[in-house]
Design a protein around this ligand. Structure first.
Ligand code: 5RP
Length: 228
């Protein structure tokens, strides 16, 4: 897809999601280049007077939200989030997702699980019939991550330790990530549990049954898909 079209779709989807935010809400703020547009739009609404409190899914998003003067809250004050807006790497027709391309999957999953509603925002390239072309991120402990590799490979993937600028990528939670090339994940419900059962796995990027609504950019318009 052309970069300009993809960027436009991210922007329209991100901005449209903010229409669901109401005064008084606690809002989970996603991570990534699509969530970026939602956070900028939310910043504009805050300047216009909407009263919300936000919980960020990453340190990167925290800094962006702070620069937008979006009021923040944390789990010591509330464990209930009304609405989370976040991106995805792939979304299937049941609104199951692969997330974690940006490495924020653990906090993203904690926040999505604590949310009454999760709106996923995406450009149209993210809409897939079957998950798995995008390598599945699996967050692992630095101690013993090597033992996780053959156990993931026994499930049918090639697992590669994520690197950034030639060094091992370290998450906000001081963990590592294995990017797991499955090709096709036919049963994400079972796969999510199987991977989480491996000792050394902290969390994996399969988000099953968490998204309630998908806003997908299509050129300059937005298509809304509700979970059935
Ligand atoms: C970060 C994520 C992102 O939501 C996902 O990678 C999509 O990012 P983008 O909107 O930049 O394509 O899961 O951990």
């Amino acid at each position: 897809m052309l970069k300009e079209k993809m960027e436009q779709e991210k922007k329209v989807a991100g901005e449209a999601a903010v229409d669901y935010v109401e005064s008084g809400m606690v809002v989970g703020l996603g991570t990534g280049s699509t969530a970026y547009y939602a956070i900028l739009e939310l910043g504009r609404r805050v300047r216009d007077g909407i009263k919300i409190q936000a919980i960020p899914t990453s340190e990167h998003t925290r800094k962006l939200a702070e620069s937008e003067n979006i009021p923040m809250i944390d789990f010591s004050k509330t464990i209930k989030i009304d609405l989370t807006i976040d991106g995805a790497d792939e979304v299937d027709p049941q609104l199951n997702m692969i997330k974690g391309g940006g490495g924020a999957l653990l906090r993203e999953k904690i926040i999505a699980s604590a949310s009454t509603e999760m709106i996923v925002i995406a450009d149209s390239s993210k809409n897939v019939p079957c998950l798995g072309q995008f390598p599945l991120p699996v967050e692992v402990t630095p101690f013993g991550w090597q033992t996780v590799v053959p156990q993931i490979e026994a499930l049918g993937a090639r697992a590669v330790l994520r690197e950034k600028n030639g060094e091992t990528f370290v998450t906000d939670n001081h963990m590592y990530i294995l990017d797991c090339h499955f090709g096709e994940i036919n049963d994400p419900v079972v796969m999510e549990v199987e991977i989480n059962d491996i000792p050394g796995v902290v969390i994996n990027g399969l988000f099953v049954g968490l998204a309630t609504r998908l806003l997908v950019g299509q050129g300059s318009s937005v298509k809304t898909i509700e979970r059935e």
